[in-house]
Design a protein around this ligand. Sequence first.
Ligand code: ZN
Length: 136
Amino acid sequence: MDIIQFITAGNALFTLENTATGNRFTFRVRQPGDDKPHFVSVLTGADNESDYTFLGTIFDGLRYRHGRRSPIAPTAPSARAFDWLVRRLSQNAHLPEVVRVCHCGKCGRCGRTLTVPESVDTGFGPECAKLLKGVE
Ligand SMILES: [Zn+2]
């Protein structure tokens, strides 16, 4: 899957994992409208449907800024991990072998559950994949 395309598709839910340390975080990146920035939150509780805490914002050109209104410190591991990921992606740098980004079985654009095998590979359902191709 194309990680940048996935995390900026509008309704992305994914885990970032360091398989060497076992550290993992689940992030949600939502864009409320085409001309709006992307809002990032991180899973901070047991309920993976609702327990998200605002972390920061991704602006055009993949510039990430930690939110001043976030209750999470910019130095917290989840905040540093997300900042690192976006910085890395914006530099077109490859992620280290030990780092994995996995979608959570839901389409990155509309959030519906992925069922078709090729959708599971790309992170997008058939309808959204078509729309995304139209945009490129
Ligand atoms: Zn979709």
